[in-house]
Design a protein. Structure first.
Length: 107
């Protein structure tokens, strides 16, 4: 893990085949919210999203996981309606090992 700047924590959750949720991990992260609208043929669509940077190469995060800002100590604290869905989670491993990180896009 590196000493990259972070502004909080995020918790990653996943559902199993029985639609039961479990926590895959909680990580220090850089959380950046983006507000905006996309203009579509039939009107505006809310395009609010977040970009989250996790600098732990061992983080367990995949597309379609759920992400919440902050630390969840127990799965009973999870409220699905307050979570965002991970849309992309590439691991960027170019450059020096100190710069390797996950760049998560979520809505």
């Amino acid at each position: 893990m590196t000493d990259m700047p972070t502004n909080g924590y995020c918790t990653i959750l996943r559902s199993d085949d029985n639609d039961e949720y479990y926590i895959t991990g909680t990580y220090p992260c850089m959380w950046q919210e983006v507000e905006g609208y996309e203009v579509k043929k039939y009107g505006d669509e809310n395009a609010d999203k977040v970009s989250v940077y996790i600098f732990d190469p061992d983080a367990d995060v995949k597309k379609r996981d759920y992400i919440v800002r902050g630390k969840l100590e127990d799965i009973s604290e999870f409220v699905r309606e307050q979570a965002l869905t991970v849309m992309s989670a590439p691991f960027l491993d170019y450059g020096s090992p100190e710069l390797n990180h996950f760049e998560i896009g979520a809505r």
